[in-house]
Write a protein that binds this ligand. Structure first.
Ligand SMILES: [Zn+2]
Length: 494
């Protein structure tokens, strides 16, 4: 959904004023294909420090001013977008945390990296992560995670040489505060750079519990007024199946009857994280680092807020669950204010980051560098964008977007069905056109099937290793809506 304003003529003039800075970034980008130098040389080369902000569960339509012209709810993300480049159509590779972030960190589709849930939920050491590439080039690297899916427990600590990503206090109200402070402190300790931090804000993920003063920002009524319990509506909905929901997943809605309440609380959580983005940017400006940095903001997936029968979770790769915001602020704010309409994938972030930093980009990736699109001098590439959910050979959904077509292929208990949507005419995916356009559906389904082996959805011997979880870890993940069932039936969700 496009809720942002396009650059004005004045903005275009400001972009021209950045030409010299663009030239500087162009020098960096021109190093495409060169091998990176070791740590000492990295500092000498003035490589940009890099901040990757991953905001969990952030729908694209939650960011920026509304289409009706109302004032923006996310002023700090908007300000970053004015200094950077915003991508209108960025799709994640999976509608849940582990495979999606594993794709961001490896540039590989879930089918190839293998961290897809079930018994293959550990990111194999044989993959080279973004942090590993940057560490080899001389960066100090660390991460701060809001959920243990992004820590050593799931193989997601690869490449963090200064300190591995650790989950901050998952139950504390000030988790975002900790991440903001720790991120700022790390950059303060590495002012001479180059440094890389992955900062993961988990707050928009259910249960939605924004802290004061956000907790009543959009809802002042009585959410427990007499009426049908909301949980009863959810559990009788088309999308709800017992196996989709972890134990206690909806406990936080006990007594709630008003469906407007969780939607309001989700919006308030987004605003709360936006506030933290503002605090973090302010800290970087105080340190004198902001202008020279590469800063990327992305989400791992969106959220169903009742669409397609799913409530307050992210289960199937419909657009509300995979269309995510993407903002890239280049060093020197090159290209400031540019808006890119070309559909892109979160797969593209690793090669993009490496190219901006002047580090050789491997040719084995599924993603492609967005450097040319960032500088506004490329024609949109035509390519299929893929997303997938599920690790069971008999139970999964895979999608292919060839704009404006979106093909969804569902397999369940040995049966297969497809659905075809026109994202231009029907962005909410409400009308399956597969019977009206059977040739297009068959053509796209063939292209989708060619990307994986239907008999082995994990494919290519993806040597995933089951994560080593204790009972308390499993209870926590279940309470957050994640599923851990025996490998034969498991399908990741969360
Ligand atoms: Zn997530």
């Amino acid at each position: 959904m496009n809720n942002w304003r396009r650059p004005t003529a004045l903005k275009a003039a400001l972009i021209l004023c950045n030409l010299l800075l663009i030239a500087g970034v162009g020098t960096l980008l021109a190093s495409r294909g060169r091998h990176a130098s070791p740590r000492a040389a990295a500092g000498d080369a003035g490589l940009p420090s890099i901040l990757l902000i991953g905001i969990d569960t952030l729908r694209e339509d939650q960011v920026g001013p509304s289409a009706t012209g109302a004032s923006s709810r996310t002023p700090h993300l908007d300000a970053l977008a004015r200094d950077g480049i915003r991508f209108e159509q960025c799709l994640s590779t999976a509608p849940w945390t582990l495979p999606s972030f594993a794709s961001i960190f490896t540039g590989l589709r879930p089918y190839r990296h293998g961290a897809v849930g079930g018994d293959r939920d550990f990111l194999s050491e044989r993959h080279t992560t973004l942090a590993e590439h940057l560490a080899r080039a001389g960066y100090a690297t660390t991460g701060f995670a809001g959920i243990n899916y992004l820590t050593a427990q799931f193989g997601m600590d690869q490449g963090y040489v200064s300190s591995p990503p650790r989950a901050t206090d998952l139950t504390g109200l000030d988790q975002a505060g900790s991440i903001t402070r720790l991120t700022g402190d790390f950059f303060a300790q590495h002012r001479d750079g180059p440094a890389f931090v992955f900062s993961h804000y988990y707050d928009p993920h259910a249960p939605y519990a924004p802290p004061p003063p956000w907790h009543r920002k959009y809802y002042l009524g009585n959410e427990c007024r007499p009426g049908e319990p909301l949980t009863a509506r959810i559990m009788s909905s088309e999308g709800f199946r017992g196996e989709n929901a972890g134990r206690g997943m909806y406990d936080w809605l006990a007594g709630v009857t008003d469906p407007a309440f969780p939607v309001a609380q989700y919006a308030a959580e987004v605003d709360y994280v936006d506030d933290h983005v503002g605090r973090l940017i302010a800290r970087l400006k105080e340190l004198g680092l902001y202008e020279r940095m590469l800063i990327i903001v992305v989400s791992d997936h969106g959220e169903h807020l009742g669409e397609h029968g799913f409530y307050y979770t992210h289960y199937l790769p419909y657009q509300e669950a995979i269309h995510v915001p993407l903002i890239v602020k280049l060093p020197g704010s090159a290209g400031a204010g540019r808006v890119v309409a070309t559909p892109v994938s979160t797969l593209d972030l690793l090669p993009t980051t490496l190219e901006v930093a002047g580090i050789a980009v491997p040719d084995t990736l599924d993603g492609a560098s967005l450097a040319d699109l960032l500088l506004g001098n490329a024609k949109p590439p035509h390519r299929d964008l893929l997303s997938e959910q599920g690790s069971d050979p008999d139970r999964f959904c895979k999608t292919l977007v060839a704009w404006p077509w979106k093909l969804m292929l569902f397999r369940e208990d040995g049966r297969e069905r497809i659905a075809l949507y026109d994202l231009d005419a029907d962005p909410g995916e409400t009308r399956d056109l597969s019977a009206d356009f059977p040739d297009d559906a068959a053509r796209l389904a063939g292209r989708l099937r060619a990307t994986y082996d239907p008999a082995a959805p994990l494919g290519r011997g993806a040597a995933g290793v089951r994560a080593n979880l204790g009972k308390s870890d499993i209870r926590l993940l279940e309470s957050l809506g994640y599923v851990h069932k025996p490998p034969a039936t498991a399908a990741g969700e969360g």
